[in-house]
Design a protein around this ligand. Structure first.
Ligand code: PMV
Length: 311
Protein backbone atom coordinates (compact mmCIF):
# COMPACT_ATOMS: atom_id res chain seq x y z
CA UNK A 1 0.00 0.00 0.00
CA UNK A 2 1.17 3.54 -0.85
CA UNK A 3 -0.48 6.81 0.15
CA UNK A 4 -3.85 7.22 -1.61
CA UNK A 5 -6.20 10.20 -1.96
CA UNK A 6 -9.81 10.14 -3.17
CA UNK A 7 -12.18 13.06 -3.80
CA UNK A 8 -15.94 13.47 -4.03
CA UNK A 9 -18.48 16.23 -3.45
CA UNK A 10 -22.04 17.05 -2.43
CA UNK A 11 -25.10 16.51 -4.57
CA UNK A 12 -28.63 17.81 -4.75
CA UNK A 13 -31.73 16.41 -6.40
CA UNK A 14 -33.26 19.04 -8.67
CA UNK A 15 -36.36 16.92 -9.39
CA UNK A 16 -37.56 13.37 -8.79
CA UNK A 17 -36.75 12.29 -5.21
CA UNK A 18 -38.86 9.42 -3.86
CA UNK A 19 -40.46 8.73 -7.27
CA UNK A 20 -36.96 7.61 -8.38
CA UNK A 21 -37.19 4.69 -5.94
CA UNK A 22 -40.12 3.44 -8.11
CA UNK A 23 -38.13 3.70 -11.39
CA UNK A 24 -39.26 7.22 -12.34
CA UNK A 25 -36.43 9.47 -13.60
CA UNK A 26 -34.61 12.08 -11.49
CA UNK A 27 -32.44 15.08 -12.37
CA UNK A 28 -29.45 15.36 -10.04
CA UNK A 29 -26.64 17.90 -9.76
CA UNK A 30 -23.14 17.46 -8.37
CA UNK A 31 -22.20 20.42 -6.15
CA UNK A 32 -18.46 20.36 -6.64
CA UNK A 33 -17.81 23.42 -4.45
CA UNK A 34 -18.80 21.40 -1.33
CA UNK A 35 -15.97 18.90 -1.11
CA UNK A 36 -14.95 15.70 0.66
CA UNK A 37 -11.49 14.13 0.70
CA UNK A 38 -10.36 10.71 1.93
CA UNK A 39 -6.66 10.08 2.54
CA UNK A 40 -5.21 6.67 3.34
CA UNK A 41 -1.62 6.19 4.49
CA UNK A 42 0.21 3.06 5.71
CA UNK A 43 0.24 2.89 9.51
CA UNK A 44 0.92 0.47 12.40
CA UNK A 45 -2.80 0.04 13.26
CA UNK A 46 -6.05 0.10 11.27
CA UNK A 47 -7.25 3.55 12.26
CA UNK A 48 -10.00 5.92 11.12
CA UNK A 49 -10.32 9.63 11.74
CA UNK A 50 -13.44 11.55 10.74
CA UNK A 51 -15.92 13.99 12.25
CA UNK A 52 -18.51 11.24 12.80
CA UNK A 53 -16.23 8.39 13.91
CA UNK A 54 -12.65 8.20 15.13
CA UNK A 55 -11.10 4.96 16.33
CA UNK A 56 -10.10 1.53 15.16
CA UNK A 57 -11.68 -0.23 12.17
CA UNK A 58 -12.45 -3.17 14.51
CA UNK A 59 -14.70 -1.04 16.78
CA UNK A 60 -16.44 0.81 13.93
CA UNK A 61 -19.14 -1.85 13.42
CA UNK A 62 -21.39 -0.39 16.14
CA UNK A 63 -20.93 3.21 15.04
CA UNK A 64 -22.51 5.48 12.41
CA UNK A 65 -19.47 4.44 10.39
CA UNK A 66 -20.63 0.76 10.20
CA UNK A 67 -21.52 0.89 6.48
CA UNK A 68 -18.21 2.48 5.49
CA UNK A 69 -16.33 0.07 7.80
CA UNK A 70 -17.93 -2.90 6.01
CA UNK A 71 -17.00 -1.38 2.65
CA UNK A 72 -13.43 -0.82 3.82
CA UNK A 73 -13.09 -4.41 5.08
CA UNK A 74 -14.35 -5.77 1.75
CA UNK A 75 -11.96 -3.52 -0.19
CA UNK A 76 -9.00 -4.68 1.92
CA UNK A 77 -10.01 -8.32 1.36
CA UNK A 78 -10.27 -7.65 -2.38
CA UNK A 79 -6.71 -6.24 -2.41
CA UNK A 80 -5.49 -9.14 -0.23
CA UNK A 81 -4.55 -6.65 2.50
CA UNK A 82 -6.94 -7.61 5.31
CA UNK A 83 -4.31 -7.38 8.03
CA UNK A 84 -2.45 -4.35 6.68
CA UNK A 85 -2.22 -1.26 8.91
CA UNK A 86 -3.44 2.13 7.66
CA UNK A 87 -4.78 5.46 8.78
CA UNK A 88 -7.84 6.69 6.89
CA UNK A 89 -8.68 10.38 7.32
CA UNK A 90 -11.92 11.88 6.04
CA UNK A 91 -12.25 15.66 5.71
CA UNK A 92 -15.75 16.72 4.71
CA UNK A 93 -17.51 20.03 4.09
CA UNK A 94 -20.86 18.21 3.65
CA UNK A 95 -23.41 18.50 6.45
CA UNK A 96 -24.53 14.93 7.33
CA UNK A 97 -28.21 13.88 7.05
CA UNK A 98 -29.23 16.91 4.98
CA UNK A 99 -29.89 15.19 1.65
CA UNK A 100 -26.51 16.24 0.27
CA UNK A 101 -25.23 12.69 -0.11
CA UNK A 102 -22.73 12.73 2.75
CA UNK A 103 -22.63 8.92 3.21
CA UNK A 104 -22.33 8.21 -0.52
CA UNK A 105 -19.68 10.93 -0.92
CA UNK A 106 -17.68 9.28 1.89
CA UNK A 107 -17.96 5.89 0.18
CA UNK A 108 -16.91 7.28 -3.23
CA UNK A 109 -13.85 9.08 -1.83
CA UNK A 110 -12.82 6.04 0.29
CA UNK A 111 -13.05 3.69 -2.72
CA UNK A 112 -11.01 6.09 -4.86
CA UNK A 113 -8.40 6.50 -2.09
CA UNK A 114 -8.04 2.72 -1.59
CA UNK A 115 -7.74 2.06 -5.34
CA UNK A 116 -5.13 4.85 -5.57
CA UNK A 117 -3.23 3.34 -2.61
CA UNK A 118 -3.01 0.02 -4.46
CA UNK A 119 -2.29 1.67 -7.82
CA UNK A 120 -5.37 0.03 -9.40
CA UNK A 121 -7.59 1.27 -12.26
CA UNK A 122 -11.19 2.02 -11.25
CA UNK A 123 -14.08 2.06 -13.73
CA UNK A 124 -17.33 3.97 -13.08
CA UNK A 125 -19.34 0.73 -12.88
CA UNK A 126 -16.93 -0.80 -10.35
CA UNK A 127 -16.99 2.43 -8.30
CA UNK A 128 -20.81 2.39 -8.10
CA UNK A 129 -20.92 -1.34 -7.31
CA UNK A 130 -18.56 -0.83 -4.38
CA UNK A 131 -20.55 2.22 -3.16
CA UNK A 132 -23.71 0.10 -2.97
CA UNK A 133 -22.04 -2.03 -0.23
CA UNK A 134 -22.20 0.81 2.31
CA UNK A 135 -25.29 2.54 0.89
CA UNK A 136 -27.33 -0.67 1.31
CA UNK A 137 -26.33 -0.81 4.99
CA UNK A 138 -27.05 2.88 5.61
CA UNK A 139 -30.23 3.39 3.56
CA UNK A 140 -31.81 -0.05 3.14
CA UNK A 141 -33.19 0.31 -0.40
CA UNK A 142 -31.27 3.14 -2.09
CA UNK A 143 -31.85 4.06 -5.74
CA UNK A 144 -28.08 4.50 -6.23
CA UNK A 145 -28.58 8.14 -7.14
CA UNK A 146 -26.45 9.56 -4.31
CA UNK A 147 -23.40 7.49 -5.25
CA UNK A 148 -23.77 8.26 -8.96
CA UNK A 149 -23.94 12.02 -8.33
CA UNK A 150 -21.34 12.49 -5.57
CA UNK A 151 -18.75 10.96 -7.90
CA UNK A 152 -19.95 12.68 -11.11
CA UNK A 153 -18.68 15.84 -12.77
CA UNK A 154 -21.86 16.84 -14.63
CA UNK A 155 -25.60 16.97 -13.94
CA UNK A 156 -27.27 13.62 -14.58
CA UNK A 157 -30.53 12.13 -15.81
CA UNK A 158 -30.83 9.19 -13.43
CA UNK A 159 -33.07 6.12 -13.67
CA UNK A 160 -32.60 3.33 -11.11
CA UNK A 161 -30.72 0.38 -12.57
CA UNK A 162 -29.58 2.26 -15.70
CA UNK A 163 -26.32 4.04 -16.49
CA UNK A 164 -26.89 7.77 -15.73
CA UNK A 165 -26.79 10.21 -18.68
CA UNK A 166 -25.04 13.61 -18.52
CA UNK A 167 -27.45 16.55 -18.90
CA UNK A 168 -27.14 20.01 -20.35
CA UNK A 169 -27.97 22.90 -17.99
CA UNK A 170 -29.17 26.44 -18.82
CA UNK A 171 -26.49 29.12 -19.10
CA UNK A 172 -28.40 31.45 -16.76
CA UNK A 173 -29.84 31.09 -13.31
CA UNK A 174 -29.04 28.93 -10.38
CA UNK A 175 -30.15 27.58 -7.06
CA UNK A 176 -30.08 28.80 -3.50
CA UNK A 177 -29.67 25.77 -1.23
CA UNK A 178 -30.80 26.24 2.38
CA UNK A 179 -30.29 23.88 5.29
CA UNK A 180 -33.22 23.71 7.74
CA UNK A 181 -30.79 22.51 10.42
CA UNK A 182 -33.03 19.48 11.02
CA UNK A 183 -31.78 15.94 10.31
CA UNK A 184 -33.72 13.98 7.74
CA UNK A 185 -33.33 10.21 7.72
CA UNK A 186 -33.57 8.77 4.24
CA UNK A 187 -34.44 5.23 5.35
CA UNK A 188 -37.36 6.46 7.50
CA UNK A 189 -38.75 8.77 4.78
CA UNK A 190 -38.52 6.09 2.07
CA UNK A 191 -40.26 3.53 4.32
CA UNK A 192 -43.06 6.00 5.20
CA UNK A 193 -43.73 6.78 1.53
CA UNK A 194 -43.84 3.04 0.75
CA UNK A 195 -46.45 2.52 3.48
CA UNK A 196 -48.60 5.48 2.41
CA UNK A 197 -48.73 4.66 -1.30
CA UNK A 198 -49.62 1.06 -0.52
CA UNK A 199 -52.56 2.18 1.61
CA UNK A 200 -53.93 4.95 -0.65
CA UNK A 201 -54.35 4.81 -4.45
CA UNK A 202 -54.59 8.63 -4.73
CA UNK A 203 -51.19 8.95 -3.10
CA UNK A 204 -49.78 6.14 -5.27
CA UNK A 205 -50.81 8.15 -8.36
CA UNK A 206 -48.45 10.95 -7.24
CA UNK A 207 -45.41 8.79 -8.09
CA UNK A 208 -45.96 8.76 -11.90
CA UNK A 209 -47.20 12.38 -11.67
CA UNK A 210 -43.84 13.43 -10.16
CA UNK A 211 -42.12 11.38 -12.89
CA UNK A 212 -43.99 13.39 -15.54
CA UNK A 213 -42.93 16.66 -13.90
CA UNK A 214 -39.32 15.47 -14.05
CA UNK A 215 -39.71 14.79 -17.81
CA UNK A 216 -41.24 18.26 -18.29
CA UNK A 217 -38.41 19.78 -16.25
CA UNK A 218 -35.87 18.20 -18.61
CA UNK A 219 -37.60 19.96 -21.53
CA UNK A 220 -37.48 23.28 -19.61
CA UNK A 221 -33.73 22.83 -18.99
CA UNK A 222 -33.09 22.10 -22.67
CA UNK A 223 -35.09 25.22 -23.65
CA UNK A 224 -33.67 27.51 -20.92
CA UNK A 225 -37.23 27.98 -19.62
CA UNK A 226 -36.54 28.81 -15.98
CA UNK A 227 -40.03 30.22 -15.30
CA UNK A 228 -41.76 26.96 -16.17
CA UNK A 229 -39.07 24.95 -14.36
CA UNK A 230 -39.74 26.98 -11.20
CA UNK A 231 -43.46 26.25 -11.39
CA UNK A 232 -42.78 22.55 -11.77
CA UNK A 233 -40.47 22.62 -8.73
CA UNK A 234 -43.16 24.18 -6.53
CA UNK A 235 -45.76 21.69 -7.82
CA UNK A 236 -43.45 18.78 -7.01
CA UNK A 237 -42.91 20.21 -3.53
CA UNK A 238 -46.66 20.22 -2.91
CA UNK A 239 -46.90 16.61 -4.06
CA UNK A 240 -43.99 15.55 -1.86
CA UNK A 241 -45.80 17.29 1.01
CA UNK A 242 -48.91 15.20 0.24
CA UNK A 243 -46.69 12.11 0.39
CA UNK A 244 -45.82 13.24 3.93
CA UNK A 245 -42.12 14.02 3.54
CA UNK A 246 -42.18 17.81 3.93
CA UNK A 247 -42.15 19.60 7.29
CA UNK A 248 -43.45 22.90 8.65
CA UNK A 249 -39.99 24.38 8.29
CA UNK A 250 -39.51 23.15 4.71
CA UNK A 251 -42.95 24.54 3.75
CA UNK A 252 -42.07 27.87 5.38
CA UNK A 253 -38.73 28.00 3.54
CA UNK A 254 -40.47 27.32 0.21
CA UNK A 255 -43.07 30.03 0.83
CA UNK A 256 -40.47 32.57 1.96
CA UNK A 257 -38.17 31.90 -1.01
CA UNK A 258 -41.02 32.22 -3.51
CA UNK A 259 -42.21 35.48 -1.89
CA UNK A 260 -38.63 36.83 -2.01
CA UNK A 261 -38.52 36.35 -5.78
CA UNK A 262 -37.59 32.70 -6.41
CA UNK A 263 -39.13 31.25 -9.58
CA UNK A 264 -40.05 28.12 -7.62
CA UNK A 265 -38.79 26.06 -4.69
CA UNK A 266 -38.95 22.60 -3.25
CA UNK A 267 -37.45 20.30 -0.67
CA UNK A 268 -34.48 18.34 -1.97
CA UNK A 269 -33.53 14.81 -0.95
CA UNK A 270 -35.59 12.58 1.30
CA UNK A 271 -37.23 15.43 3.26
CA UNK A 272 -38.61 15.44 6.84
CA UNK A 273 -35.85 18.03 7.36
CA UNK A 274 -32.64 18.45 5.42
CA UNK A 275 -32.38 21.08 2.69
CA UNK A 276 -34.59 23.00 0.28
CA UNK A 277 -33.66 24.54 -3.07
CA UNK A 278 -34.95 27.74 -4.65
CA UNK A 279 -34.58 28.51 -8.36
CA UNK A 280 -33.45 32.07 -9.14
CA UNK A 281 -32.88 34.03 -12.34
CA UNK A 282 -29.69 35.87 -11.46
CA UNK A 283 -27.27 36.82 -8.69
CA UNK A 284 -29.30 39.85 -7.51
CA UNK A 285 -32.51 37.88 -6.94
CA UNK A 286 -30.40 35.00 -5.59
CA UNK A 287 -28.94 37.31 -2.96
CA UNK A 288 -32.44 38.48 -1.90
CA UNK A 289 -33.72 34.90 -1.59
CA UNK A 290 -30.55 33.85 0.25
CA UNK A 291 -30.96 36.68 2.79
CA UNK A 292 -34.69 35.98 3.27
CA UNK A 293 -33.90 32.33 4.04
CA UNK A 294 -31.17 33.28 6.49
CA UNK A 295 -33.57 35.68 8.22
CA UNK A 296 -36.06 32.87 8.92
CA UNK A 297 -33.35 30.68 10.40
CA UNK A 298 -31.60 28.71 7.63
CA UNK A 299 -28.64 27.03 9.36
CA UNK A 300 -26.48 27.48 6.25
CA UNK A 301 -27.04 28.53 2.63
CA UNK A 302 -25.10 27.93 -0.57
CA UNK A 303 -25.41 29.50 -4.02
CA UNK A 304 -24.99 27.22 -7.02
CA UNK A 305 -24.96 28.75 -10.52
CA UNK A 306 -25.82 26.58 -13.52
CA UNK A 307 -22.85 27.92 -15.47
CA UNK A 308 -20.62 26.06 -12.93
CA UNK A 309 -22.13 22.84 -14.34
CA UNK A 310 -20.79 23.54 -17.80
CA UNK A 311 -17.17 22.38 -17.24
O1 PMV B 1 -30.11 10.85 0.48
P1 PMV B 1 -31.16 11.85 0.15
O2 PMV B 1 -31.78 12.47 1.34
O3 PMV B 1 -30.76 12.81 -0.90
O4 PMV B 1 -32.42 11.05 -0.47
C1 PMV B 1 -32.27 10.18 -1.50
C2 PMV B 1 -33.42 10.30 -2.44
C3 PMV B 1 -34.57 9.32 -2.28
O5 PMV B 1 -35.21 9.32 -3.54
C4 PMV B 1 -35.54 9.79 -1.22
C5 PMV B 1 -34.12 7.90 -1.93
C6 PMV B 1 -33.28 7.23 -3.01
O6 PMV B 1 -32.65 6.20 -2.68
O7 PMV B 1 -33.28 7.66 -4.16
Amino acid sequence: MQNGIGHSHAKIILMGEHAVVYHQPAIVLPISSIKLQATIVPNAQQEIQSSFYSGSLASASDSPFAGIALLLRQLLTYFDAKAQGFKLTIESELPPERGMGSSAATAIAVIRAVYAAFGAELSQTTLLNWASVSENVIHGNPSGLDAATTGANSPLWFVKGQLPRPMHMPTNGGLIIADTGVSGQTGVAVAEVAQRIQADADLAALIPAIGNQVRQAAVCLAQDDLNQLGQLMTQTHLQLARLGVSSEKLDQFVQTANQAGALGSKLTGSGLGGCMIALVNDQASGQRVDEALQQIGARQTWQHWFKEDMN
